[in-house]
Write a protein that binds this ligand. Structure first.
Ligand code: ZN
Ligand code: FE
Length: 260
């Protein structure tokens, strides 16, 4: 763990309809990373305003709303682009391809790369263990998970198991503000979940006030995210999947969400 003095500064930039770009700044080394820069200009604006130099881009996957700012930012700042190795032919400007278990650094802070296929085949997330912080792209959302564009339910379920196994206090920064819709769906599969009901009251208030509902924590997701709760008997009963394998329950929740 670090002292307060060594904490990372994390800024959340809402862009496009519902995307979040994260800027991570280490004031000791002066290094700054942008996670999934969908667009360049809002990032450049903040860098200028803060007097920060962009050193690194961290991409979680190849979708345009996560890599759209890559080339412009690289050209204007000379930053290094780190992205999944298996997406090296479809991520613009990639300098370093990473795989499961690789470690990336920001000053003295380190993040472990966790491979989370499902939303896309090459999706990775970045876990700063000593900072209790996870950047999870489109794998895990607040009360939701990414759609299965290039992977099977089985793959996504395995990916989510890895995230579920992280310390419960881990703060999760996802790439979209999908919470309110996710929560409405979650209530249809687990209407009696008190923590979910209470959380939705808070979230509805936050959205009315145009406040972000991200970040969340693994602990909050364990209590309210249906894609983390395939072992809930109440949920299984609601969707008529009692006594099925966890991965089958998960697949059914995902199927229901697709048509919600
Ligand atoms: Zn995506
Ligand atoms: Fe996305």
């Amino acid at each position: 763990m670090y002292g307060l003095k060594n904490m990372l500064t994390i800024l959340q930039l809402p862009v496009l309809n519902d995307n979040y770009i994260y800027l991570i700044h280490d004031h000791v080394s002066g290094e700054t990373a942008a996670v999934d820069p969908a667009v360049a200009q809002p990032v450049l604006n903040v860098l200028e305003q803060k007097g920060w130099q962009l050193t690194t881009i961290l991409n979680t996957h190849h979708h345009g709303d996560h890599v759209g700012g890559n080339l412009d930012l690289k050209q204007k700042t000379g930053c290094t682009i780190i992205a999944p190795l298996s997406d090296q032919n479809r991520i613009p400007g990639i300098d370093r391809g990473v795989i499961e278990g690789d470690v990336i650094t920001l000053g003295k802070h380190t993040a472990r790369v966790i491979s989370t296929p499902g939303h896309t085949s090459g999706h990775v997330v970045y876990y700063f263990a000593d900072d209790n912080t996870l950047f999870c792209g489109d794998t895990l959302f607040v009360m939701g998970c990414g759609r299965l564009f290039e992977g099977t339910a089985e793959q996504m379920w395995h990916s989510l198991q890895k995230l579920k196994a992280l310390p419960v206090a881990t703060i999760i920064y996802c790439a979209h503000e999908y919470t309110q819709t996710n929560g409405r769906f979650a209530l249809t599969v687990e209407p009696g979940n008190r923590k979910l009901q209470q959380r939705m009251d808070v979230i509805n208030q936050q959205r009315t006030n145009h406040q972000p509902t991200v970040p969340s924590t693994i602990e909050q997701e364990m209590a309210t995210n249906p894609f983390f709760r395939e072992d809930s008997l109440a949920l299984q009963e609601t969707i008529k999947m009692v006594n099925k394998k966890p991965v089958e329950v998960f697949a059914e929740i995902r199927r229901l969400k697709n048509s919600f």
